[in-house]
Design a protein around this ligand. Structure first.
Ligand code: ZN
Length: 443
């Protein structure tokens, strides 16, 4: 039986060789339908998953799984069975066979048990062994660019052509997502409670369940976010570059901006890193909007990361694979009023250039917001009413990887549970008139 399956698989692989995946290149357009060769199989809904277990499942053991008859033989591209059989991927009480996808259910169990609703967890388990990459989106329920990035990545993934496993949670904070709301039902920020506690607050329990039932089964994690509260971000990674494994991850996102940041305590990526799972946050755009340029960049960057990690073919790699590292400062409004920006996200600006104008709606007094340095606009407030001191433009100054690694470890972003982050102490390395503290954490 196994021999027969192997022959079938070999025939399939040979046929696959005859059909070039010509479009699976750097020029892939994430807006279009997937190319025929990359069409993912239909997602199969599983029977209702049991309630999440408190402890992580036992590690997958190839030998034990083989004894169960759970494995299937696979061949390399020439059709020869050269690799060990791949055991099913076990998550949330389910087993996902190699070469298949499943939609699993994660219950945070924070409602009334009879009407609890599940967050959906998409799994594509490759035909060959490899790393487990976890993609999470909408940890903040109003950040929907990441939901679309996650959808594009998952549904263009064919598990029969993968080495490794993709675990995607498109909507992590289901309650917030349903209401277009950043926080949980109790108005806590889920991204300040990881890795959580089984006996803590509602937020801590949700974080604990998610972290132990899903995140701990992954080898690397990308958490998708946007700017927060009427700010928008150029697609950019937040990464602890002092962690070699995290630094290695940043090399996989193509020409994406990278900011060195360890992450506030309680963020998903920091908790994952502390647990030995390298993790980064990918910020793209602003909340409550679906922005095609940012979404396209994000989906392409994650496909590129999957190639970097050996999960999909190298042909998916970005044509210009270099990350761009930035040191950054925030430029603030000197007075309150109506903010109208003169520059856009991604623009390169010069020292002294007017970035925007703030006009008092009553007196008509104007104040210009001026760039203190040459740099690039990597984050900015959308046009709105601002108060004096409001952080309006985030300027990035390009640095080499060596310069970033040599620099002192960056301070973690300010926890928004603390006193107003906007009042946090400015970075001592910069003049007092250009505070560099995070005005509000995006993640
Ligand atoms: Zn966020």
């Amino acid at each position: 039986m196994i021999r027969f399956a192997t022959d079938l698989l070999r025939a399939g692989l040979m046929l696959g060789c005859l059909v070039p995946l010509a479009t699976a290149t750097e020029t892939v357009d994430d807006d279009g339908p997937p190319p025929a060769g990359e069409q993912a199989p239909a997602v199969v809904a599983d029977p209702p998953a049991p309630a999440p277990v408190a402890e992580p499942a036992a590690p997958v053991d190839a030998a034990a799984a083989a004894a169960d008859g759970d494995t299937q033989a696979v061949g390399d591209e020439a059709g020869f069975p050269t690799v060990a059989p791949v055991p099913p991927f076990r998550l949330l009480g389910a087993k996902v066979p190699p070469g298949e996808t499943r939609t699993l259910a994660w219950f945070a169990s924070q409602h009334y048990s009879g009407i609890d609703s599940a967050a959906q967890v998409l799994v594509a388990h490759g035909s060959r062994p490899g790393k487990v990459l976890c993609i999470t989106a909408a940890v903040h329920g109003d950040e929907i660019n990441g939901v679309e990035i996650a959808r594009r990545v998952f549904h263009k993934t064919n598990p029969t052509q993968m080495a490794g496993t993709l675990v995607v949670v498109p909507i992590t904070n289901l309650h917030g997502f349903e209401r277009g709301y950043r926080y949980l039902a109790d108005r806590r920020d889920l991204n300040r409670y990881f890795p959580g506690s089984a006996s803590g607050s509602s937020a801590a329990r949700i974080a604990h369940s998610f972290f132990h039932n899903i995140v701990r089964h992954c080898d690397a994690l990308v958490d998708l976010h946007t700017g927060s509260f009427h700010r928008t971000n150029l697609p950019q990674l937040r990464a602890d570059l002092g962690n070699p494994e995290v630094l290695h991850l940043t090399h996989g996102f193509g020409a994406t901006a990278v900011l060195d940041d360890r992450g506030a305590p309680g963020t998903l990526r920091r908790a994952a890193c502390d647990a030995g799972i390298p993790a980064v946050t990918l910020e793209a755009g602003e909340p409550m909007r679906l922005q095609t340029n940012e979404v396209r960049h994000g989906a392409k960057a994650i496909r590129s990361l999957m190639a970097h990690l050996g999960i999909v073919k190298k042909s998916w790699r970005w044509r210009d694979p270099q990350p761009v590292y930035y040191e950054s400062v925030w430029v603030r409004a000197s007075r309150g009023g109506i903010l109208l920006a003169s520059v856009g996200l991604g623009d390169t600006v010069s020292a002294g250039q007017v970035l925007g104008v703030v006009t008092d709606p009553i007196s008509n007094a104007r104040a210009e917001v001026v760039a203190p340095h040459d740099g690039r606009v990597i984050g900015m407030a959308v046009n709105q009413m601002v108060r004096p001191g409001y952080a309006v433009f985030r300027l990035g100054m390009e640095r080499s990887e060596e310069e970033m690694i040599r620099a002192a470890p960056p301070p973690a972003m300010v926890d928004d549970a603390a006193a107003s982050p906007a009042d946090a102490a400015p970075d001592a390395q910069t003049p007092a008139w250009t505070p560099t503290d995070e005005p509000r954490p995006d993640e």
